[in-house]
Design a protein around this ligand. Structure first.
Ligand SMILES: C[C@@](CO)(OP(=O)(O)O)[C@H](O)COP(=O)(O)OP(=O)(O)OC[C@H]1O[C@@H](n2ccc(N)nc2=O)[C@H](O)[C@@H]1O
Ligand SMILES: Nc1ncnc2c1ncn2[C@@H]1O[C@H](COP(=O)(O)OP(=O)(O)O)[C@@H](O)[C@H]1O
Length: 305
């Protein structure tokens, strides 16, 4: 017998990765965090989240073997937070397709958490504003509010206080993710101001962004956490040098690492850099581009309903 089965209701959205154009650590706080000033940029490398109905509880599945699909997953934590805060009795099934490398300094977990907050706000018709979503997101991780906003932002406090800034001139980003695995908490714990050679000039970077001067932006990339992560994993320094030798305008480690990114003005240049790097290095090489113009909207973009 043939049944006309009604289509299951689903919601799918993408959750973008980020890079840090600048990252300065200003002070150690008493709450275990560090005061930072960083300029963050969304890129089109993205995970995909699909939501489906289920009678009760939270169930997750993912394409990455070994990535927990329980309370240890930030996406699961985000769903649990929404469910408990708004006393929601119905369940949710979350399918997470990861494209963003794990523990890479690209905010993959934070992007997923932001995607779940955005998705469930729509799924359960909660009507939360972006600011309200950010208040929830900040509980899950310092980078989650940025992932909710996306675009180009100055992040201060522990990273959760956001100021919109002039959008980065559109360009291509070559990512090189070496095998090394670093923990963000370990990197901050081992940060020593005395070991830093160059602090970012945040004001100068903001000026180049305002002038839409990509060469100026390239010249001002700086991240003080390199002093910790590269000391432990010198191959990251090697990758930075190779990135520039292969033609990138400039290179930098993103966040706490270990991913290195390089800037390229167009796709052809980016693909050429990526091809040369693949010959030199065992790192995972990905070509991405900047994502802008979404300020005021959620970076996690709903693509089907
Ligand atoms: C370094 C950055 C730069 O964008 O990104 P990633 O490398 O993780 O992508 C961020 O500051 C990471 O933000 P996020 O990954 O959300 O960190 P959280 O979960 O809030 O914190 C993880 C741990 O890092 C330390 N931490 C984090 C943020 C901060 N401003 N000061 C800190 O000292 C704390 O020890 C904290 O327990
Ligand atoms: N949805 C998720 N995606 C990736 N990692 C996650 C997720 N949920 C929890 N984690 C854990 O968070 C840690 C940091 O991962 P990730 O967010 O990818 O890196 P980073 O903070 O360097 O950008 C990893 O140890 C990983 O096991």
């Amino acid at each position: 017998m043939l049944f006309n089965k009604p289509m299951d209701k689903t919601l799918t959205l993408t959750a973008n990765a980020k890079i840090n154009l600048t990252l300065d650590v200003l002070a150690k706080r008493t709450d275990g965090y560090h005061e930072v000033a960083m300029i963050m940029q969304s890129i089109d490398l993205a995970d995909r989240l699909t939501f489906r109905e289920q009678p009760s509880g939270i169930a997750m599945q993912t394409n990455v073997a070994g990535l927990p699909v329980d309370r240890r997953n930030l996406a699961y934590q985000a769903a649990e937070l929404v469910k408990s805060t708004f006393q929601i009795k119905t369940g949710i099934h979350i399918e997470l397709n990861k494209e963003i490398p794990l523990s890479a300094g690209l905010a993959g977990g934070s992007a997923d958490a932001a995607g779940v907050l955005t998705g469930l706000n729509s799924w359960w018709k909660l009507g939360l504003t972006l600011d309200e979503l950010c208040d929830l997101g900040a509980v899950l991780g310092s980078d989650v509010p940025f992932c909710l906003h996306g675009g180009t932002m100055l992040a201060t406090g522990r990273g959760e206080l956001l100021t919109p800034v002039a959008a980065m001139p559109p360009c291509y980003i070559v990512l090189a993710k070496p095998a090394a695995s670093v923990s963000t908490a370990w990197v901050y714990r081992n940060y020593r101001p005395g070991a830093v050679e160059v602090h970012p000039d945040t004001a100068a970077m903001l000026a180049f962004l305002r002038q839409a001067d990509l060469a100026g932006v390239a010249g001002k990339l700086a991240n003080v956490l390199e002093s910790v992560t590269i000391a432990r994993h010198p191959e990251i320094g090697q990758l930075k040098a190779w990135m520039v030798q292969c033609g990138a305008m400039a290179s930098l480690m993103s966040g706490s690492g270990p991913t290195v990114f390089g800037l390229a003005a167009d796709r052809e240049e980016a693909e050429s850099i990526a091809a040369k790097l693949r010959n030199l290095s065992n790192a995972q090489i990905i070509v991405a581009k900047t994502v802008g113009g979404m300020r005021g909207e959620n970076a996690a973009k709903i693509i089907t309903n």
